[in-house]
Design a protein around this ligand. Structure first.
Ligand SMILES: Nc1ncnc2c1ncn2[C@@H]1O[C@H](COP(=O)(O)OP(=O)(O)OP(=O)(O)O)[C@@H](O)[C@H]1O
Length: 126
């Protein structure tokens, strides 16, 4: 493969493809919308409970990680469906492993959420 010359127009085009991917994800995937609501809730709680800068960094990283995992899981599911929509044990393994990645980060997000927000919520109520 020859080396392509750097082009700002090509970079803008790639950026537009990526935005299109996000549009498809948020408009067509229920999980995308659920994560969006959860992220907005975390941001709202962060503002309301006045979390520290370090806590914001952690919350932002976790929100980003959850979206990245779900987006990649969706891409893998779509690719798997392209391979075959018939029941196939190998497709099941691929999809289950990809879903496992989302579960891992979702559990981490829950733990981080509890560590960051719960003590502040309890202090507020007491
Ligand atoms: N072609 C297939 N062959 C065998 N099992 C499959 C197949 N397609 C899906 N499955 C099983 O169904 C599960 C859900 O797959 P599906 O593609 O419906 O994802 P989904 O319902 O959108 O899940 P997610 O909540 O991760 O978005 C998979 O994890 C897998 O166990």
């Amino acid at each position: 493969m020859g080396r392509k010359k750097f082009s700002i127009l090509d970079r803008i085009r790639s950026f537009r493809f990526a935005i299109n991917g996000l549009k498809i994800f948020f408009l067509t995937e229920h999980n995308g919308r659920i994560h969006l609501v959860a992220a907005l809730l975390a941001i709202f709680l962060g503002i309301f409970l006045k979390i520290s800068n370090v806590e914001w960094v952690i919350v932002c990283l976790i929100i980003g990680a959850v979206f990245v995992a779900e987006i990649l899981n969706t891409a893998i599911e779509k690719l798997a469906d392209l391979v075959t929509e018939e029941i196939n044990p190998k497709i099941k393994i691929v999809k289950d492993i990809a879903a496992g990645a989302v579960l891992v980060i979702a559990i981490v997000a829950l733990i981080v959420g509890l560590l960051v927000f719960l003590p502040k919520l309890i202090a507020l109520l007491l």
